[in-house]
Design a protein around this ligand. Structure first.
Ligand SMILES: Nc1ncnc2c1ncn2[C@@H]1O[C@H](COP(=O)(O)OP(=O)(O)OP(=O)(O)O)[C@@H](O)[C@H]1O
Ligand SMILES: [Mg+2]
Length: 456
């Protein structure tokens, strides 16, 4: 650790020299000033850890110097110890009133002075630690807010989801999130957790489908050493790891039936029992479960215990697939691009109109994750300025027909034109109705009409 640096301010050379050598002997660094003006200059140059300030000095005296020092060091904790020449109560009081932290009478005892310096530096140290924690707290809370705000969408369906998330954050009841793969189930679970009063406690995610059947129980509830072959050491289990926070059980329908029964007990009793133990330990865990299957059907088929489902499904959040909220696609694309620009240090400007149109037309079976992947793969193209329909189609991820030969594209284009004309005929030329009928946004319809040369 760095030696603390002490600024000695005294007009008498002899005093300074004695203090300097004695403090150096006690392993403090020193720097000296013979008057107030010099002291102020040194203060802003070297930022000492503590000041020993003589009161009686010609010119700027100790009181005034102290006042100025406090002005310069606003917001910084700089201990100032005044050196008073005699036992003068009034000077001491005045000293404290202009910002001194302590005083010592001259002639002083070196042990006492050293003890007082030590006490002040301990306070300074604590203050530093608190400041560091403050910075950390600010950073974490910004991170949390960021994570919560990461969820994008302005469609009515997503607004409904956000509303439910807010509601779920305010209570601690279990939640079941369902939705197709890539619709943002885990993001919703995190959003609920980080938006709740449990935000500073752990969020623990476990994928029930990824764990071998024999291990799920001990992973969740923990095990004692030697509870089974291979249990060389004890493990506390994920429930206890999430104590005070949230446990996210992904793909809940893949949990073996016996474990589901145990889960039910944990939820009812609020206690867990390690594998190989008879002891019940209380835990305070909020459970959020997710599935990309139809939960009701899983219950009917016996894959998910009905009683567990009822326990868990206090709050149900269904995430709409991306194709049912296509108006969110442009926003998601822009958001993804700005994130990836940061991540890869690139500057892709955006998506061309035509590419956006193709994206809005496409059905996205892999939902938001697929959209992100398609955009991310464009980052492999050197010097790309904007994502164009060409890049998207070479992904081969969607609309295979359109990536074929020129002839195919021609034919597809004709087919599209036919569909557009039909829709307009059926709706008596009502573009809004025609767009609804085709399941596309009105603005996309306009673009397509233009591109296919269909006029009034
Ligand atoms: N509304 C959204 N706004 C921004 N990003 C989103 C949104 N929904 C999903 N994502 C992003 O899409 C990706 C997939 O989300 P997530 O992992 O939460 O989906 P999931 O439903 O859990 O999928 P799976 O069933 O495959 O596990 C993540 O990178 C996530 O950040
Ligand atoms: Mg997931």
């Amino acid at each position: 650790m760095k030696r603390p640096l002490i600024l000695i301010v005294d007009d008498e050379e002899n005093n300074r020299a004695v203090l300097e050598s004695r403090l150096e002997r006690r392993d403090y660094g020193t720097v000296c000033a013979s008057n107030g003006t010099e002291a102020l200059k040194i203060l802003s140059d070297v930022s000492p850890d503590l000041v020993l300030l003589d009161l009686m000095m010609p010119g700027m005296d100790g009181f005034e110097t102290c006042t100025r020092m406090r002005e310069i060091t606003k917001g910084v904790f700089l201990p100032i110890i005044m050196l008073t020449a005699n036992d003068d109560k009034e000077s001491r009081i005045r000293g404290f009133s202009v910002g001194a932290d302590d005083y010592i009478d001259k002639p002083f005892d070196m042990d006492e002075l050293s003890a007082r310096i030590g006490a002040m530096l301990r306070i300074k140290d604590l203050k530093n630690q608190i400041e560091k924690k403050d910075v950390e707290i600010k950073r974490l809370s910004a991170e949390l807010k960021g994570r919560y705000a990461d969820m994008i969408g302005t469609s009515a369906k997503m607004k409904e989801v956000f509303e439910k998330m807010r509601g779920a954050s305010g209570i601690t009841s279990p939640v079941v999130i369902s939705g197709e793969s890539g619709t943002g189930k885990e993001l919703v679970a995190k959003g609920i957790h980080y938006g709740s009063s449990r935000a500073s406690m752990p969020f623990v995610a476990v994928n029930c489908a990824a764990l071998p059947k024999e291990l799920i129980e001990s992973e969740l509830f923990g095990h004692k050493k030697g509870a089974f072959t291979g249990a060389q050491s004890a493990s506390e289990g994920l429930f206890r790891a999430a104590d005070g926070g949230t446990l996210f059980l992904d793909e809940i329908t893949e949990m073996p039936a016996e474990v589901q029964a145990k889960m039910l007990r944990v939820l009812q009793e609020g206690t867990v029992r390690m594998v190989g133990s008879v002891e019940e330990t209380p835990v305070d865990v909020r459970v959020i479960a997710a599935t990309n299957l139809n939960v009701e059907e899983c219950v009917k088929a016996g894959k998910l215990r009905q009683d567990l489902y009822y326990r868990l499904n206090v709050l149900g959040i269904k995430l709409p697939p991306l194709r049912e909220r296509k108006e969110d696609i442009p926003l998601l694309a822009r958001f993804t691009i700005s994130r990836l620009n940061d991540k890869f240090g690139k500057n892709i400007k955006g998506v061309t109109e035509e590419a956006l149109e193709a994206m809005v037309e496409y059905d996205w079976p892999g939902n938001v994750r697929e959209l992100q992947n398609v955009i991310e793969s464009c980052y492999a193209i050197p010097g790309l300025e904007a994502i164009d329909v060409k890049q998207i189609r070479t992904q081969n991820l969607f609309d295979h027909k359109q990536s074929g030969s020129g002839e195919d594209v021609m034919r597809l284009s004709d087919a599209k034109k036919k569909v557009l004309l039909e829709a307009l005929a059926k709706t008596g030329n009502n573009k809004l109705k025609a767009a609804k009928m085709l399941g596309i946004h009105r603005s996309v319809l306009y673009k397509m009409l233009e591109r296919h040369g269909i006029k009034e």
